[in-house]
Each structure stands twice: as structure tokens, then as C-alpha cells.
Design a protein around this ligand. Structure first.
Ligand SMILES: [Zn+2]
Length: 246
């Protein structure tokens, strides 16, 4: 009976090579700075498949591996010293985390999404968020404190204001949805104070006397909506900052 030779399972040294390279090809990095993950194999650089010394091993993508191994090629082939040098530079780059920054930067729309996130922070991040985090809606407030929220919910509602990244866009939609809920409550239940020209509003005091229960239910609902906006804003800014870091 013939037996097909069993492929040896990767030993600790091969696992170390996979770990140090993070499956990035030493030659792709060498020739074009490519730090994306590749389908590939561990090459024995001296072509001796029994030599498992760590210095003799490098992770190469399929096409660079077969190019390196080919003997008939007209191509002036990569030398063993050249591949080792490329591999050592790759390990340094991985150690510095360059492969992660690369992965973050490589989606289409990255720069547009940075602009979109910054516009939301510029609109809401100052006065509006300070107000929403601290205010109790049982009190009087200037409607201008919600200007930033209006910009994000009502003005920035077109395709060019959306994130390209799906996760960030889902978080932006959530922010718009919670913001719309709060603005609807404010439009429905607050009214301008008598004799005021500067846009201060309040839930009418008479309501407290006429229907105490309803009055406090409305306040609770508005405070809850404001908390929802704060949470949605926090989720978006945190995800955006980590995803869009350079
Ligand atoms: Zn390659």
C-alpha cells in the first residue's frame, strides 16, 4: 500500500514565523510596501525543506514563493540575502504596528469620513453637548442651546453627509433618530416665555398645577431623550476616533 507523505504540522518555529510576519509577505513589503494580509506559505530560503532554522524561514505569498523557488526563470531571481533582509524589515514594521495603521487607512472614503465626523463634533461637541449632559428639562432654557443638534438632525441629512463606513453610518443614523425624538418633544411640549425676545422656552407652569402627573411624565421623557442623544453621540465619536485614527 502506498501512503501519501503526510504534511508535517507546523512546529513552534513555524508558528513563530506566522506570528512575527502576521501573514504579510516579506517580498510584497520589500518591493511595494504592501502590508496587507496574503494567502501564502512558509518558504525554506535555502530550498532545503528539512532546514527549519528560524533564519531559514520566511512567509511569502503564493506568487512570490513560486517565483523565489523557480529555477528556470529568466527573471534575475531574488537572492537569499535579499529575502532575509526584506523579512527582517517586515518584522520591524509589524513590531511597530504599521500593518494595523495600513489596514485602517485602506478603505475607500476614509478621508471623507474624517471630514464627516469632524463636522458632527464641530456642530454638537461644544455648547449643545454640555447642555444636553447637564440640563433638567423641567426648567427654562434658550432654544439656541440646541442649534448644534438641529444642524446634525435637520440640516445634514443628505447623501454627502453620510459616512461611507457602514458601522459609522449606522451610529450616525442612531444619533439622528434619538435627536429627532428629542426635538419633536421640545416642539410639542415647550413654549416661549411671555415677554421674551431671546428664545427662551419652557414646559408651561400651568401644566404642573392642572395635571401634575403628566407634567412630570413629559419632563422624564425629555430627559430620557436627551440621555439617548448623549449616548448615541458618545458611541459615534468613540467608534469614529478609533476607526479614523491616522
Ligand atoms: Zn508577495
Amino acid at each position: 500500500m502506498t501512503k501519501t507523505p503526510r504534511k508535517p504540522t507546523p512546529g513552534p518555529i513555524e508558528l513563530m514565523v506566522l506570528d512575527k510576519s502576521r501573514r504579510r509577505c516579506a517580498l510584497c513589503f520589500h518591493v511595494s510596501g504592501d502590508l496587507t494580509e496574503k494567502l501564502g506559505q512558509i518558504a525554506h530560503l535555502d530550498q532545503n525543506r528539512a532546514n527549519f532554522a528560524e533564519d531559514n524561514l520566511a512567509f511569502l505569498c503564493m506568487s512570490h514563493h513560486s517565483l523565489y523557488d523557480s529555477k528556470t526563470s529568466q527573471h534575475k531571481n531574488y537572492t537569499i540575502a535579499e529575502v532575509k533582509k526584506a523579512r527582517d524589515r517586515l518584522y520591524e514594521a509589524i513590531e511597530q504596528g504599521l500593518h494595523i495603521q495600513e489596514a485602517r487607512k485602506t478603505y475607500v472614503g476614509f478621508d471623507d469620513d474624517r471630514v464627516t465626523l469632524q463636522a458632527i463634533i464641530d456642530a454638537m461637541g461644544g455648547q449643545t453637548m454640555t447642555f444636553l449632559r447637564e440640563f433638567d428639562f423641567g426648567n427654562t432654557f434658550p432654544i439656541s442651546n440646541l442649534e448644534g443638534l438641529k444642524v446634525v438632525v435637520l440640516d445634514r441629512c443628505h447623501a454627502e453627509h453620510e459616512f461611507v463606513d457602514r458601522e459609522l453610518e449606522a451610529l450616525r443614523k442612531k444619533l439622528v433618530e434619538t435627536g429627532r425624538r428629542l426635538l419633536n418633544l421640545i416642539v410639542t411640549y415647550t413654549f416661549p416665555l411671555q415677554n421674551n425676545s431671546s428664545g427662551w422656552v419652557k414646559i408651561p407652569d400651568e401644566w404642573e398645577e392642572n395635571d401634575h402627573h403628566r407634567f412630570f411624565k413629559i419632563i422624564a421623557e425629555m430627559n430620557d431623550a436627551a440621555n439617548g442623544v448623549c449616548a448615541a453621540y458618545g458611541d459615534l465619536v468613540r467608534a469614529g476616533r478609533s476607526k479614523l485614527a491616522r
